[in-house]
Design a binder for this molecule. Sequence first.
Ligand code: DAH
Length: 358
Amino acid sequence: MPASGSDPSGQSARDLTHHLEGLVPELETVLAATASDQELEAVRVQFLGRKGRLSGIMSELPKLAPDQRPLVGQIANQIKSRLQALVDQRLSRLKQDKELKVLTYFDPSLPGLTAWQGSLHPITLVTEEICAAFGSLGFELVEGPELETDFHNFEALNLPPDHPARDMQDTFYITENTLLRTHTSPLQVRTMLRKRPPLAAIAPGKVYRRDSDLTHTPMFHQIEGFLVDTDVSMTDLRGTLTAFVHKIFEPKTVVRFRPSFFPFTEPSAEVDISCMLCGGSGQSAGAPCRVCKQTGWLEILGCGMIDPAVFTAVGYDAELYTGFAFGLGVERVAMLKYGIGDLRMFFENDVRFVSQFA
Ligand code: DAH
């Protein structure tokens, strides 16, 4: 058998096979340097494309002696498959790398970010606590509009037009007859107009006054409470409010009723509680108590026996019925209860402050 011989162009089967086999390591080297799908595609075209390296070598095939062509053709097909496999391998490797890169800035093994725990505002907490305390004593929860009429806010509460007591409250008037309620006391009027005695209600809400300084804000929160029946006396008022104070503050807190004046109650009183910082001594840590300013007492609410004029305004028989009422400022109670020194904290919405009450 003649050795696989030469042909007229000088290309032997051996040369072609050698060239074909040389494509494999060459492609490996070039592939290793590809970094993107686009680069990889360019290399694929360069080696396997219609005018690529493999085709170039294959175009020499006809120059071989006919008996040598099938063998070299077979080798060429094997090389083609190997080249294609190398390109596919590189493609999946690049894909893996891409995923790995994503993983380097998204590390699923890191601990998760803690979700913010929401918390109720201390004003909401105290309001709910006070309403629940009276709810457990049988008081019904009532609410009413912040935009009030002069009648509900003043007149029916024994504050007729030109009554000097109206100067006690600086009012946001909307029209001559409508205003932002200056207290929650109009809820007494609204409830009594709607219901006959016996009744007991607790009424929380926002109130508005033209006041703004270190210790006053134009909007603040009050809670009104009232009870009407036959034979209600000041004793009932004392007992109810004392029980309330002992629910909200320490049971050892001392309660004091001090005579006062409100147009819608007669007699009227203000309620003081013994100072929770100094225990009523006026001295704290050997210094004058800063919370009660050395008096030993803290004022927490106004109250009294409902004035017969209020009953008359709502169409109740003032001879038959008696009742008591009280009103307190929620911010003040919250400041005392939680030892908050600055009223503005309630309105700044600093999450660090609010979240302490979670
Ligand atoms: N409405 C009064 C105020 O805003 C508070 C108040 C005092 C309410 C005495 C009452 C009461 O019901 O009896 O200052």
